[in-house]
Design a protein around this ligand. Structure first.
Ligand code: PMP
Length: 350
């Protein structure tokens, strides 16, 4: 017997790299290219030292209340965490506890199988169709829960509210999680379904549309009972998950509705323009409703393009994985950043 025999061995999630080069164009981790709402930086600069000295509110009450008001739900329906990764990981631990396999798409956010393995939750992947859409009939088999991003990552494909409802309705005996990390860029939220279904959990984040990936704020909305169970697990794990600065600055970000509308609209406009230009350069891609485009070129292998872009200090994301190894996931940056990307590609592909 060796101590290593009893170690919980896991293959960790690999996040996109965070290079730090002065002139780089960073389009590899779906961050916003714009700053957070102006009030966020102002409040951060004015922060009193007690914000650091004192423990945070364990319920993150002001932020929870602000989100509840924004989404027209009760505060008992909202749970916040350290990025949506924290919320999702807590949700896996809390709700996927039956011993039956959890279902998610074969091409999806690559943290799902990592949490399943970490918590020893069996899982089964359901292949997306040839157009990268979910086949709702796949989610009619016995299972221990369902999770999918909508829009999906890394494809950007949006499923209709009807498809989401079909899956939630077919799985009333388990929890269905809609991971809406990218919903603010033209997606359709499943939040209205909460009135009808008590087995739905909707997860969102401040990391993309609210430009606060560095602060780590995520949240989910579900019925009070479901959120209660999530809180029981969270308080059995770590009472002080979300730090004080995040709680204060998060509130300010939610308050500035106009800035939120402006910046998300800018990203959507840029995305639609870049789609047209990529098409002219010989790229094809599913119609993204997220802040990234998942593109493949008709002649040049994705890996080669990835390397060439990297050498030019333009960072995009590439995975050596089945079905997607010939695709690049390109985050939508500012118009200026995207013009530089397109200029490089025009030159390289010629
Ligand atoms: N869900 C999806 C689908 C994502 O792509 C990401 C970003 N990596 C997350 C959740 C987690 O984001 P965060 O923890 O920054 O909220």
């Amino acid at each position: 017997m060796n101590w290593e025999d009893n170690v919980r061995k896991v293959v960790p999630y690999v996040a996109g790299e965070q290079p730090n080069k002065p002139d780089m164009i960073k389009l590899n981790t779906n961050e916003s290219p714009y700053p957070p709402a102006p009030g966020v930086a102002r409040l951060a600069a004015e922060m009193d030292c007690d914000v650091l000295r004192l423990y945070p509110d364990t319920d993150a009450a002001p932020l929870t209340e602000e989100l509840a008001a924004y989404y027209h739900v009760s505060r008992k329906q909202v749970f916040v965490g350290v990025g949506s990764d924290d919320v999702l990981s807590m949700a896996f631990l809390t709700f996927f506890n039956s011993g039956r396999p959890v279902l998610f798409p074969d091409v999806t956010y690559s943290f799902y199988d990592v949490w399943a393995n970490l918590y020893r939750i069996p899982y089964k992947t359901c292949p997306l169709d040839d157009n990268w859409h979910i086949r709702p009939e796949d989610y009619r088999q016995p299972n221990g829960g369902v999770i999918f991003p909508n829009p999906n990552a890394p494809t950007g494909v949006l499923e209709s509210l009807e498809t989401v409802e079909e899956i939630v309705a077919a799985n009333r005996d388990v929890v269905v999680i809609a991971d809406e990390a990218y919903v603010d860029f033209g997606g359709v939220s499943a939040l209205p379904l909460l009135e009808k279904y008590d087995n739905l959990l909707v997860v969102q984040t401040f990391s993309k549309s609210r430009a606060m990936a560095g602060l780590r704020i995520g949240f989910c909305i579900g019925n009070e009972k479901l959120i209660g169970y999530l809180n029981d697990v969270k308080f059995s794990f770590n009472s002080y998950t979300m730090n004080r600065p995040a709680q204060i600055l998060g509130v300010e970000a939610v308050r500035d509705r106009e800035y939120f509308r402006e910046t998300t609209a800018k990203i959507v406009n840029t995305r639609e323009r870049v789609k047209k230009e990529l098409k002219e350069l010989g790229f094809t891609f599913p119609d993204s409703r997220a802040n990234f485009i998942f593109a493949t070129h008709d002649r040049i292998p994705a890996r080669q393009l990835f390397q060439a872009l990297r050498e030019a200090e333009i960072y995009v994301r590439h995975w050596d994985k089945p079905r997607i190894s010939n695709y690049l996931r390109i985050t939508v940056g500012t118009d200026e950043q995207m013009d530089k990307l397109l200029a490089f590609l025009r030159d390289y592909i010629r």
